[in-house]
Design a protein around this ligand. Structure first.
Ligand SMILES: Nc1ncnc2c1ncn2[C@@H]1O[C@H](COP(=O)(O)OP(=O)(O)O)[C@@H](O)[C@H]1O
Ligand SMILES: O=C(O)C[C@@H](O)[C@H](O)C(=O)COP(=O)(O)O
Length: 331
């Protein structure tokens, strides 16, 4: 089954939200207390997705706010270098700083992220900095959940969604739930359900959908999709880590994507690489089942490498892995 987009657009995908810095432990397999060196990469879920899509050959743009400093300029230069249109990335003039994510790789299974996100520039994106003329040039608007956690970024994202809907741009909501960004789980559920109900495609892990539904116990995928299909969504992707992922179409079809065997270095970066390759395949006209394979293969490559953004694979690497067909059967 294929998914249709408005073909007549300059951009395949425009992402909105944070573009930040990842500082990944160079000495891995040890706690961060003992880590002395970190490598710098561009990070932030929507930036990673835009980078992954652009490296695969999609025409990507980005709407966001950068700090007026060395980090902000590094991010803009890197994104531009990988082919992303940065014309709608505005520079903060009020002294807000770039968000930082220090990553700890204690073991391939035990990874964590220590985020510095107090008063970060990306959450100061203002609704006046979101332009209809730009959004209407794209097939897809990719919205990241964390950008809804604080005003004025929240209103900027809500405006981008209504402009997308007005101009027949598909709204794709990547839940990207980071609990510490929010005041409470109740607040998260309010904004997540508001946006999920307006989105065409919703992508997240089972735990992230539980946050959307404000559940403390694990929900059932069938209940989640039944609820979303009462609104705008016609495709819902629910990820289950190494057990793979499911795509539910409103027509009633269900597709499963299995994870591919790999030598895991760290677990983060899986979700963003998955989203970028899944969307690449879908936009390039592959069927949903094949798009799940692209997402899973891309994730399996990125978890074997050191970064989330710079490690985003090429089409050839992804297709090579799919060809080998070494899937993981758990669950
Ligand atoms: N250890 C792993 N080995 C291979 N692939 C993995 C592994 N963990 C996750 N993946 C792939 O990445 C996808 C997304 O991972 P998941 O952990 O569910 O999302 P997130 O990174 O957003 O939390 C999975 O559906 C799977 O295909
Ligand atoms: O999203 C962030 O701000 C941090 C990311 O850049 C980081 O690389 C990461 O955590 C990605 O993890 P994922 O959500 O599992 O793809």
């Amino acid at each position: 089954m294929n998914y249709n987009f408005n073909e007549n657009r300059q951009f395949d995908i425009i992402a909105i939200g944070r573009a930040c810095i990842d500082l990944n432990a160079v000495e891995f397999n040890r706690p961060m207390e003992e880590t002395m060196t970190f490598s710098k990469y561009v990070g932030g879920s929507p930036a990673n997705i835009a980078i992954g899509s652009s490296k695969l050959g999609l025409k990507a743009g980005f709407i966001g706010k950068l700090a007026d400093d060395q980090h902000g300029r590094f991010i803009e230069q890197y994104m531009s270098k990988v082919g992303i249109d940065t014309s709608n990335m505005v520079v903060d003039k009020e002294g807000h700083k770039t968000g930082l994510a220090f990553t700890e790789i204690k073991s391939p299974e035990e990874c964590s992220i220590l985020m510095y996100r107090q008063d970060v520039a990306d959450l100061y994106l203002d609704q006046s900095e979101v332009h209809e003329e730009y959004i209407k040039k794209s097939k897809v608007l990719l919205v990241s959940g964390t950008a809804l956690s604080k005003s004025p970024s929240r209103e900027a994202v809500l405006k981008s969604i209504s402009l997308a809907k007005k101009n027949d741009v598909k709204v794709i909501f990547e839940l990207d739930y980071r609990p510490y960004s929010w005041n409470s789980s109740e607040e998260t559920a309010v904004y997540y359900s508001l946006v999920a109900e307006q989105s065409d495609v919703v992508i997240g892990t089972r735990e992230e959908f539980d946050a959307l539904e404000n559940r403390t116990t694990e929900g059932k995928n069938e209940d989640t999709v039944n609820y979303l299909f009462k609104h705008s969504a016609d495709l819902v992707v629910i990820k289950h880590g190494v057990e793979g992922s499911y795509a539910y179409a409103k027509s009633g079809e269900v597709f499963r994507g299995l994870a591919y065997k790999t030598k895991v270095l760290k677990t983060f970066g899986a979700g963003d690489s998955y989203a970028s390759a899944f969307l690449f395949a879908l936009i390039r006209g592959k069927d949903i089942e094949t798009a799940l394979k692209y997402g899973s293969a891309s994730a399996s490559i990125v978890v074997s490498k050191h970064s989330s953004s710079d490690a985003m694979p090429s089409v050839e690497e992804i297709e090579g892995l799919i060809e080998k067909n070494e899937t993981i059967s758990v669950g």
